[in-house]
Ligand binder design. Structure first.
Ligand SMILES: Cc1ncc(COP(=O)(O)O)c(C=O)c1O
Length: 287
């Protein structure tokens, strides 16, 4: 909807053409980010742009644009499209070149392709209030889940499995060790402690997760990064997931079994309140 960024320009959608041989299209050879817009302001934008550059570096992709320039372009796009509450999707691919697995040779002058567009999406108010249901599924992804890569086929399959079961998310596990959701980070609360998988190569270190770590520290809520098992998930006092679009989302049923008393837990509610306050503080800055 509205205008789109291609490279360093903001264009009308019909003027944007992506090459059939773009490596993002053919190999998933690229990285992406999704940033939330609250009250016309990009939430934790710097963190997202930094992670985009970090993901690109991990796959040896030269974005060929300064982070500050990208930031300015994305801010301009949000203004042009008059997005109040919504999101920005942005991706960088290794560019268009004759299809062969090796990177394009420097002499070919192939340039990374940066694109971004906006969506108008309301916050998931009723799900945040009532909680959602999840299934568990085998984590069949590669071993570099720390990279926010365009290759999302295992995530897509897991999410579809959840949707087919009438659930919101699939919480993934590797041989019984819970890693994260198909498009979110996953947490349990046990005896007052928030527990989540360490931020290593097996999960994406979510920006919402990083915000939560800080909020827990600042507010004296015990936060532990350690492995936990499916049976811990099944016996948890509370379960929740986080992501840019889902925020702090209570999970009230896992694989059909009720979590706690079947309503969002006390610590989850507290974290939702702290997150809400953080959003409101950010909206007010420079307003
Ligand atoms: C696999 C995966 N883990 C975690 C997250 C949460 O990351 P963030 O909080 O940065 O949105 C996402 C978000 O899309 C994701 O796809």
């Amino acid at each position: 909807m509205g205008k789109i960024i291609l490279g360093d320009q903001i264009l009308d959608r019909p003027d944007v053409h992506i090459d059939l041989e773009d490596r993002g299209y053919q190999f998933g050879d690229g990285v992406y980010e999704v940033i939330r817009v609250y009250g016309g302001k990009l939430f934790t934008m710097k963190e997202h742009i930094d992670r985009l550059f970090a993901s690109a570096k991990k796959i040896k992709l030269d974005i060929s644009m300064a982070p500050e320039q990208m930031q300015k372009l994305v801010e301009d796009l949000v203004k042009e499209n008059k997005v109040d509450f919504g999101s920005v999707y942005m991706q960088v691919t290794r560019g268009a070149a004759p299809r062969t697995h090796m990177f394009p040779k420097p002499a070919s002058n192939t340039k990374a392709v940066f694109t971004a567009y906006t969506n108008v999406v309301p916050r998931p108010a009723s799900q945040l209030e009532n909680g959602v249901e999840a299934i568990t599924a085998e984590d069949i992804r590669w071993l570099r889940c720390d990279i926010k890569s365009l290759n999302l086929l295992p995530n897509v399959l897991a999410k579809q499995e959840a949707a087919d079961a009438g659930c919101f998310e699939a919480i993934l596990h590797r041989s019984g060790i819970v890693t994260e959701g198909s498009s979110s980070n996953a947490y349990i609360v046990k005896n007052g402690e928030v527990i989540t998988h360490p931020a290593d190569h097996l999960i994406l270190n979510g920006i919402t997760r990083q915000v939560l770590v800080k909020l827990c520290k600042e507010n004296g809520i015990p936060f532990v990064e350690k492995e936990f098992e499916l049976k811990d998930l099944q016996n948890a006092d509370e379960v929740f997931i986080t992501s840019t679009t889902s925020e702090v989302m209570p999970v009230i049923k896992v694989d059909g079994k009720t979590v706690g008393d079947g309503t969002p837990g006390k610590i989850t509610r507290k974290l939702q309140e702290l997150f809400e306050a953080k959003i409101n503080r950010e909206i007010m800055v420079n307003f």
